[in-house]
Design a protein around this ligand. Structure first.
Ligand SMILES: Nc1nc2c(c(=O)[nH]1)N[C@H]1C(S)=C(S)[C@@H](COP(=O)(O)OP(=O)(O)OC[C@H]3O[C@@H](n4cnc5c(=O)[nH]c(N)nc54)[C@H](O)[C@@H]3O)O[C@H]1N2
Ligand SMILES: Nc1nc2c(c(=O)[nH]1)N[C@H]1C(S)=C(S)[C@@H](COP(=O)(O)OP(=O)(O)OC[C@H]3O[C@@H](n4cnc5c(=O)[nH]c(N)nc54)[C@H](O)[C@@H]3O)O[C@H]1N2
Ligand SMILES: [Mo]
Length: 746
């Protein structure tokens, strides 16, 4: 049997894959890339999983009655296989009908989710391009990753770059830093992925280099898992959701001890005075002292004093994991961290200041010239857009108006949902509520390679190919590699490329020219790569043409000459490099935000207790931390796992009290839902906190309603972070827990 080997890329890294007889038979990390061998090794089982959708399907009731069928049978009725022309005719006719009767906003096509690596065949980009070409749709604004930061940072720094693309690089920390303070920690599992796929996983080495030069690490997190193995860090375990109080207290301490850099505040910030008044207690009578914060965070005040001493003594990098802002009032910790960094006066200096997300994803803090990874251009949308995490709320409340970042957004009357490249029955909060919302639209179309919980809840399912079944170009920002991703195997079963599905629909709807401009896949790849070539010519970088990229498989773009330091230019000359804020400076108080009059996001960083946290818990309640899964990318790769419910990490003293043993079944529950889990005793975890990653495929038991596989989003609340961000607040959730007996554990 002949075996051929090819090189390609997925969100969890670059790999070499062996192909035999049109099947992927083995995959391993590209030598030197540092990708996770388990995640890469799972590719053959993932691509050839029995859960691949073999052909288009239509829900029985919908096939009989069309949109008159109603949504109640979604996820319950049988899915009937149909041929491609039938499925495409049904989809095209339904899109035309809804558009003609209810206008573009009745078509919901935001389609949030990570899709797959490869920038041409990026399903979410393609579906939005197609729906825009077809006359418009309701889109989603921002993302689940850092939605609250995306809303607040432009008011503070003028743009969201400090979370979306810019950070002081690890080289700068290793060379010039003394102390790293990581709120939310540096969980190494998060370094295994990056959107689009990286050629190199460099962070563990960079952290080790920093430690070797004597950089001290302080990690604030409820669990020791957030400290990378081998890192000699001080772990402080505050109550989840209390970080803002600690940041404010450290800023207050800087003032009280005369260590605040008043010159920096004067020259580079605006609105320091009201913020300082607030810290001193002039507004609410409560000075934001270390004792005050220690009581809220429920940590010994000596630990915060020790942290303050370290901060006051050298070049300090302050960082917060994105998780901190995926919570009630998630805007506050990010604004407060910037304010604390401003007090210390090191913003824009090598190895100091602040940067977000070092613990959140590979490539943050990496070095790369920007703009070499091409992207698919979008098309202007005639419809509207709503905050990304409010979509279930919108389905349930058509016509309702919500406040959002200084404006009003009125929810559309959604009749048709089109999802390609995302998995809302994995990612949304309060999945029981989503079930109710999902039953409202007349028609749901889902395009995915696998029978996910979302695909099972569609009226029409169209099977898409995976990355390995088509040619593409891929890479990720902040990583210097760009890959040609060749088609390694033919389409599995009768699946089709997303782009070909949209071409066939565009033909039926008469919008083919605006959708793909008459270009075939090679034409698109040529056009996308031409953008990178033009950039290369401008910067004097030597790049091969597309044929050369295809031959070489991967190119490494030379690194920028100087290590990146966030806001270095602004520090060097705040007049020439003024920030695009109203004042041109860092806004410690924002007149704009204050002017919105939101009590859940006032005009300067403030301590606002979360709606759900241990500070307001009843006896027996736990704070549930739902973080990212260690060996999966969100729901992707769940299909290749041993089908045991997801693990729930629990402190030994809590496990003893509940009578759950390591590996035993347990149940987490609250008013929103019930969820099965496999207990994992976690020494050193903060008592009262449970840590359960996302990633399980939602499968509620028909009789008990208990979520079988362990998707913790049956327990999280579906509310916005604040009226400013209206972002995902999944990390603020209280639950109860108990052991499950063998009889109950079905
Ligand atoms: N392996 C893997 N890596 C991933 C992903 C994946 O699916 N799998 N997804 C990627 C994506 S899309 C994103 S957006 C990023 C997300 O990046 P993050 O949101 O930063 O990652 P999480 O793992 O959710 O959370 C990081 C840690 O924050 C801690 N934490 C939670 N709440 C609090 C709190 O209130 N205070 C403090 N001090 N700590 C808290 C938790 O212990 C948790 O382990 O991860 C990326 N990385
Ligand atoms: N409780 C809680 N919930 C969270 C989070 C949390 O921290 N806590 N984190 C949030 C965050 S940051 C994120 S990013 C989201 C993750 O959001 P999800 O939407 O859950 O992300 P994925 O599981 O990656 O979904 C991608 C989907 O695209 C499909 N797919 C892959 N390749 C292709 C393709 O080529 N074509 C098509 N058509 N489909 C394809 C996959 O099978 C999968 O169904 O979850 C959010 N939800
Ligand atoms: Mo994310």
């Amino acid at each position: 049997m002949t075996v051929t080997t090819g090189i390609s890329l997925c969100h969890w890294g670059a790999f070499e894959a062996d192909v035999s007889n049109g099947r992927l038979v083995a995959a391993r990390p590209l030598p030197g890339s540092g990708a996770d061998p388990d995640m890469i090794g799972a590719l053959p089982d993932w691509v050839h999983s029995p859960l691949r959708i073999d052909r288009p399907h239509v829900r029985r009731g919908w096939l009989a009655q069309g949109p008159e069928a109603g949504g109640a049978g979604r996820g319950r009725e049988e899915m009937v296989p149909v041929d491609w022309p039938t499925a495409l005719d049904l989809v095209a006719a339904e899109l035309s009908r809804v558009h003609a009767m209810h206008g573009p906003t009745a078509i919901f096509g935001g389609s949030y989710g990570w899709s797959s690596a490869g920038r041409l065949h990026h399903a979410r980009s393609q579906v939005r391009r197609f729906l825009a070409a077809a006359g418009g749709f309701t889109d989603q604004i921002s993302n689940y990753s850092w939605g609250a930061a995306h809303a607040i940072l432009p008011h503070v720094l003028g743009t969201a770059d400090a979370v979306s693309g810019a950070a002081t690089c690890w080289r700068s920390i290793a060379e010039d830093g003394d102390v790293v303070v990581a709120f939310g920690g540096l969980n190494p599992k998060n370094w295994r992925v990056s959107s689009g796929g990286a050629g190199e996983f460099h962070i563990p080495k960079a952290v080790a280099r920093a430690q070797a030069r004597g950089v001290k690490f302080f990690i604030l997190s409820p669990q020791p898992e957030d400290v990378p193995p081998g890192l000699d860090a001080v772990l402080i375990r505050p109550r989840p959701g209390s970080d803002t109080a600690i940041m404010l207290a450290l800023a207050q301490e800087a003032l009280a001890t005369g260590r605040a850099d008043m010159e920096f505040l004067e020259r580079y910030t605006t609105g320091a005075a009201p913020f300082i008044d607030y810290l001193r207690g002039a507004i609410d009578g409560q000075p934001k002292t270390l004792d005050w914060a220690a009581a809220l965070a429920d940590v010994p005040v000596a630990e915060l004093r020790n942290l303050w001493e370290a901060i006051a003594s050298g070049r300090v990098m302050l960082t917060a994991a994105w998780a901190l802002q995926r919570a009630d009032h998630g805007e506050q910790p990010f604004w407060a961290l910037i304010a604390l960094a401003a007090m210390l006066g090191q913003i824009g200096l090598p190895g100091g200041g602040f940067s977000f997300g070092y613990g959140s994803m590979n490539a943050v803090g990496g070095e790369a010239r920007k703009g070499f990874v091409p992207s698919l251009p979008g098309l202007p949308n005639k419809g509207i857009a709503i905050p990304v995490a409010r979509f279930a709320d919108a389905f349930l409340n058509p016509g309702e108006t919500i406040a959002f970042n200084g404006r009003q957004v009125t929810y559309p009357d959604v009749r048709l949902v089109y999802w390609a490249g995302g998995n809302p029955f994995h990612h949304a909060q309060d999945l029981g509520r989503l079930e109710r919302a999902w039953a409202r639209p007349e028609t749901v179309i889902v395009q995915d390679p696998w029978w996910t919980a979302t695909a099972r809840r569609a009226d029409i399912v169209l099977p898409a190919t995976t990355t390995l079944e088509r040619d593409d170009i891929g890479g990720t920002s902040r990583d210097p590699h760009v890959f040609f991703m060749p088609r390694l195997i033919p389409p599995v079963h009768h699946s089709r490329n997303d782009i070909d599905i949209f071409r066939a629909l565009a033909d039926r709807l008469g919008c083919r020219e605006s959708y793909d401009e008459g270009l075939d896949d090679d034409g698109w790849l040529e056009r996308m790569w031409a953008g990178s070539l033009a950039k290369a010519a401008k910067e004097g970088v030597d790049l091969p043409d597309l044929a050369g990229l295809r031959d070489r498989g991967c190119v490494r773009i030379p690194l920028p000459e100087r290590p990146e330091v966030l806001l270095e230019d602004f520090r060097a000359d705040p007049e020439v490099h003024a920030l695009p804020t109203p004042s041109g400076r860092i806004e410690l108080t924002s007149a704009t935000v204050a002017g919105f009059g939101y009590d859940d996001c006032p005009g300067h960083p403030s301590w606002l207790p979360p709606h759900e946290w241990l500070g307001a818990a009843e006896a027996g309640q736990f704070h549930l931390v739902t973080n990212q899964p260690p060996k999966q990318l969100h729901s992707q790769l769940w299909q290749v796992k041993e089908q045991k419910p997801a693990t729930c990490r629990i402190a030994p003293e809590d496990a003893a009290r509940l009578g759950v043993a390591d590996g035993a079944p347990m149940e987490l529950f609250n008013a929103r839902g019930r969820c099965r889990a496999t207990a994992r005793i976690a020494p050193g975890q903060r008592p009262g906190v449970l840590v359960m990653p996302t990633g399980a495929w939602y499968a509620p038991d028909a009789e008990t309603g208990r979520e079988h596989n362990g998707n913790p989003n049956v327990l999280t609340g579906d509310r916005g972070t604040s009226r400013l961000g209206q972002a995902c607040a999944a990390l603020s959730a209280l639950v109860e827990a108990r052991a499950l007996t063998e009889d109950e554990d079905t």
